[in-house]
Design a protein around this ligand. Structure first.
Ligand code: ZN
Length: 298
């Protein structure tokens, strides 16, 4: 029998074309997917790190990326509703809602701030399904990772074991980090902070901090002079020492509040890739350390 010789270069390059193409809506989920998929996946993010996560502008290239994807990974709730038109334009049935290649990472997350009763325009750009910024609680990152794991197993069952092992390693890493982050923030339990937008209820709940006020009077609405005066008065009486804002916010209002109150303005990376962060863990590390430094008066 004639033996077929496979050239060595085919063996080493084989994984490259066997990789599962994954498209995530945001860089945080792209990073978590990379950690679960390892070298079995090729992941991209539709939103860029510098984008305001409420205001991502769909581009035609995004639909093209989705048309080639085997797995689509989203934050869900109403944070990436903009992706729905792109999904329709991509005409890729295997990643539509309900298909094996569709992953909504919010499934299983205990949602905060779910509106009760009617939602109307007077409430600002309120998040209609509850607060979607759940990934700032690292415990929720484990839930997202589990949803991604299930998705990868569905579209690539041959590598299920690899994904399972990587997922377990990720969970272990989260648990180790959470212990350390809780120690760093433990001295400030119950401490009031001001946030620009309601993007941190999950983070504050996990680490025992209190949201005293928001710079925005309502989601997506800039503050009036009267609202700023009220925030300043509340901060002074509560001796509030930190104003927390995402990297994509203008600093004008927080800086004005800081001048009046002596509080520190804390810009935190709200996406992997922002402020020099390279992974979900380095993003959360930066966030925890910056908040702790401000509260310590450093
Ligand atoms: Zn929001």
């Amino acid at each position: 029998m004639k033996q077929i010789l496979i050239p060595f270069w085919i063996l080493v390059t084989l994984p490259a074309w066997a990789q599962v193409r994954v498209v995530a809506t945001f860089t945080d989920l792209a990073d978590i997917t990379k950690q679960i998929g390892g070298n079995r996946v090729q992941v991209s993010s539709l939103a860029r790190p510098q984008d305001d996560f409420h205001l991502v502008t769909p581009r035609p290239s995004m639909a093209l990326e989705l048309s080639r994807a085997k797995l689509f990974v989203r934050v869900g709730m109403d944070l990436d509703l903009w992706a729905d038109d792109l999904l329709a334009a991509a005409r890729n049935a295997s990643i539509l809602r309900g298909a094996p290649g569709y992953v909504d990472c919010s499934v299983g997350v205990k949602k905060l701030e779910v509106p009760t009763g009617r939602v109307d325009p007077s409430m600002g750009d309120i998040h209609i399904y509850g607060n979607p910024h759940y990934l700032f609680d690292p415990v929720n990152a484990k839930i997202a990772a589990h949803n991604i794991l299930e998705g990868l197993k569905r579209v690539d069952p041959a590598n299920a074991q690899v994904y399972q092992q990587n997922y377990e390693a990720f969970v272990q890493q989260v648990d180790d980090h959470v212990k350390r982050w809780q120690q760093i923030l433990a001295p400030y339990r119950g401490t009031p902070v001001v946030v620009y937008h309601k993007s941190l209820p999950y983070f504050l709940q996990r680490f025992g901090l209190q949201e005293l006020a928001t710079v925005e009077p309502k989601p997506g609405i800039p503050p009036s002079p009267g609202h700023l005066r009220e925030v300043i008065a509340r901060m002074k009486s509560a001796n509030c020492r930190a104003i927390l804002l995402e990297h994509f916010r203008p600093r004008r209002f927080p800086d004005a509040i800081a001048r009046e109150t002596g509080a520190k303005v804390v810009v935190f990376p709200a996406a992997v890739g922002a402020e020099g962060t390279t992974s979900y863990f380095s993003m959360m590390d930066a966030m925890v350390n910056r908040v702790a430094s401000a509260l310590a008066g450093r």
